[in-house]
Ligand binder design. Sequence first.
Ligand SMILES: Nc1ncnc2c1ncn2[C@@H]1O[C@H](COP(=O)(O)OP(=O)(O)OP(=O)(O)O)[C@@H](O)[C@H]1O
Ligand SMILES: [Mg+2]
Length: 493
Amino acid sequence: MEKPILQLSHITKVYPGVTALDDVSLEFYPGEVHAIVGENGAGKSTFIKSITGAIQPTKGEIIYRGTVLQNNNPAKSLDAGIVAIYQEFNHFPFLSVAENVFYGSYPKKGLLVDFKKMEKMTGDLMADLGVAIDPLAQLRELSVGYQQIVEIAKAISRNAKVLIMDEPSAPLTENEVEKLFAIVKKVKADGVAVIYISHRMEEIFSLSDRVSVFRDGKYIKTMNTADTNADELVKLMVNRTLGEQYPAKGYQRGEPVLEVRGLATPMLKDINFTAYRGEILGFAGLVGAGRTEVARAVFGADKISGGELFLHGKRIKINSPADAIRSGIGLIPEDRKRHGVLLGMSIMENITYANMQEISKWGVLNGSKDAQTGEEYKDILRIKTPSLKQLVKNLSGGNQQKVVLAKWLFTHCEVLIFDEPTRGIDVGAKQEIYFLMKQLVEDGKVIIMISSEMPELLGMADRIIVMREGKIAGTMMTREANQESVLKLSSGL
Ligand SMILES: Nc1ncnc2c1ncn2[C@@H]1O[C@H](COP(=O)(O)OP(=O)(O)OP(=O)(O)O)[C@@H](O)[C@H]1O
Ligand SMILES: [Mg+2]
C-alpha cells in the first residue's frame, strides 16, 4: 500500500463534562474515499475539526505528508491543501456566489480584485459541476442545496490534497446528490484523499472504499466497505438492536383539517390541497420546486399574493408565524440553524420557550415541570449531552436538530409541518422520530412532511403531493407510488 498522506495518532479532545474524542488513531490514503460513521455526538465533527486546526486536541498528534502539524489552524491547513466542508456552513450570505467561492484568494489585477475574471472562473466551475448558478447572485438568494454546491465549488477551486466533507449531502436532493457523487469520484481519481461523513447508508456503500465507525468518542473499527453491510455498520454504531425502521402503515383518514386554496406567492402558483386528520401528507419535489415555499407561506413566514386558508372549514388569516402558532400550525424549518434554534440558549430554554403557557402558572415558570419536560424529550430523542443546561451551540449538529424537533413536538400544534425532519440525524434517532410522528397522527394530529429522501417519504407518508416549478404536478396515494413514479412526476419526464 501507498504511504498515508494523513495520520492521526492518539487524538483526545476533552470538553467540560464530555470526552468528545478518546484516543483515536487513524490513517488516510491518497485516491481513497474514507467514510466515517457514528451516531449523533459520536465525535465525527470533532475529529474533522482537529485535522483542520479549528480546535486544538487535548492530546495527540497529526502527521501530514510525513511531518507533525505544529500550531495548526484552519488558514494554515487550508494553505497546505487540507480543505474541509463543514456541517455548519461557513459562507457569507451577503456576498455573491463568486465572492464566496474565491473568498480569501480573489484573483487580482495589480492590487485590485479582478471581478470579471472571478465571475468567469466561477461560471466555468459551475458549468463543470453541471449546475446553473449565477456567479453574481447573492448567496442568500439561493436554496440551501445550491448554497451547499457553492461550498463544494469553493473546495474544488482550492487544489485540495485532502478533502473533508462533513455531511455534504444533507441539504441536497437525490439528483443533486448524483452530481456530488460524480464530483467526489473525479476528485478521488485525481489522487485526493477524501474523508466523507454521512448518516445516509446508501452513500457510504456507493461511494467509499473504507469505512470507520466511531461510538461515544471512541474509535471502534475500520473495514473495507466491500466487506461489510448496513446491518453490521448500524450494529457497530449503536451497540443495540434496532427493530423495523418505519412504523406499520394504517391510514385512517379523518375529516379535513387544513385546506389551502389558490395559494400564490412570487414563487408559487395556484396551490390547492387539503390535509386530513390522522394523515401524514408528504411533499416531494426537486430543490427549487417550491416545497419549502409552501410551508413558509402557510406558516406566515413569507407574504402571500393570493389564496385562502381554512382550518376546520373556517377561514383563517395568517400574517405571521405568531398567527400560525396561535391557530395551531407549527413549522419545523429545514434550515434550523437560521430559523429553528437559539444557539446561545440552553437546551432546556430552547425546548420550552415556544410553549411557556404549558409549564407556567399565572405567568410564573414552573421550574420543576420545565426540567421534567426537558428530561422527557431528551430521553425520547436521545439528545446526547451532560446537562440540559448545556448551550445548544455546544451540541453536535444532529443533537441540535433534535432540540428543534423536541421544541416543536412540545408546542402541541394540531398541524405540524416538518421540512426535512431527519436531515443530519443518526439511524437510531431517525427511527425514534418516525415512530413519534406516527404516534402524533394517531393522536389526531395532522402532519405535513417535506422530504428529499425518497425511502423516508414512501415509508412514512400516506399521500404524496409532488411539486414542480412552483406548482403541484400531481398527488398520489403512497401505496400506489414508488420511487420511479415520484421522480418522474417531479422532473416532468
Ligand atoms: N464546544 C463544545 N463544548 C462542549 N461540548 C462539545 C463542544 N463541541 C462538541 N461537544 C460535544 O462533543 C461530542 C461530540 O460532538 P461532535 O460534534 O464531534 O459529534 P458528531 O459525531 O459530529 O455528531 P453529529 O452526527 O450530530 O454531527 C458531543 O457530545 C458534543 O456535545
Ligand atoms: Mg457532526
